[in-house]
Design a protein around this ligand. Structure first.
Ligand SMILES: Nc1ncnc2c1ncn2[C@@H]1O[C@H](COP(=O)(O)OP(=O)(O)OP(=O)(O)O)[C@@H](O)[C@H]1O
Length: 269
């Protein structure tokens, strides 16, 4: 038995190359034999350059795309929940936070609708009063205070940082055990990135969340994660305790990534 709440086993994802016929030569392998597990209360960082396959891994683990081969296990049980009620149930345990807080919130819906919808779908609150109380509590948990002021706002009335806090609150509304955070701060102003990563760290501790933290940045991986996996051309080429991977990278690609970051200990994503 492992402590993994969510596990990827030998994940492979292939895409068809546009304009080519189906056949081995026409297929492009974006994720190649990737295995790892997420543990409650711990952060696993997935780092690598653009196009290395990080987001594809997150989408596969979120059940947003079918895998070509391999397995995803939730609490040790294989899952294939690409739609319907099984997918809704899965989202109750595994939530995703995307990079772009502008695109991930529907501009037509006020914040009370955004949070209320998730609370209702996952059976966390039913009456109007319950939904309001729970929504206020979620807003406070992501440090949006006074919470009452945010309920009636539309996304365009909020700053980028506030919108990303709403994305965090929406993810928490389902009371998940796993957060898949795909570059959650890279589109935010540099001045608030640390604040947002600190918030993610607090949520990890308080909610005992298992977090996959996808980033380009080795400095924040070192500061905010327990384990780091380095992806290159779809493969995990190096993994280990984050401090060790950054202090003493073994793979030539990790060494190049580090060399490209002027001072990873001082930089944030
Ligand atoms: N739906 C798709 N159809 C075809 N190719 C895809 C699809 N999604 C991703 N790819 C390709 O798979 C590779 C990995 O993409 P992915 O988005 O996972 O990389 P990434 O490491 O997350 O990059 P970034 O940091 O820029 O988001 C890329 O070459 C991309 O073009």
């Amino acid at each position: 038995m492992t402590d993994y709440v969510l596990e990827a086993r030998n994940l492979i994802k292939e895409f068809r190359r546009a304009g080519r016929r189906i056949g081995s030569a026409a297929r492009f392998r974006a994720v190649s034999d990737v295995s790892f597990g997420l543990v409650p209360g711990r952060v696993t960082a997935l780092v690598g350059q653009s196009g290395s396959g990080k987001s594809t891994v997150a989408r596969l683990m979120a059940q947003l795309q079918p895998i070509t081969s391999g397995e995803i296990l939730l609490d040790g049980q294989p899952v294939r929940a690409l739609g319907g009620k099984a997918f809704t149930r899965y989202c109750g345990s595994v939530q995703m936070i995307l990079q772009d807080p502008f695109a991930s919130l529907n501009p037509l819906h006020r914040i009370n609708h955004v949070l209320g919808r998730v609370l209702k779908i996952h059976g966390k609150a039913t009456t109007g009063a319950e939904i309001r109380e729970r929504s206020l509590d979620l807003l406070r948990r992501v440090n949006l205070e006074p919470a009452e002021r945010y309920l009636d706002r539309f996304p365009h009335e909020l700053s980028g940082g506030e919108r990303q806090r709403i994305s965090f609150a929406r993810a928490l509304a389902a009371e998940p055990r796993v957060l898949l955070a795909d570059e959650p701060v890279s589109m935010l102003d540099v001045s608030i990135r640390k604040e947002m990563l600190d918030l993610l760290d607090t949520l990890r501790r308080e909610e005992n969340l298992a977090i996959l933290y996808i980033t380009h940045d080795l400095g924040s991986a070192e500061a905010y994660s327990d384990e780091t996996l380095v992806m290159y051309h779809g493969e995990v080429v190096e993994r280990g305790p984050s401090r060790q991977v950054i202090a003493d990278p073994q793979h030539e690609y990790t060494q190049r990534l580090l060399a490209a970051a002027p001072d990873p200990r001082k930089r944030l994503p």
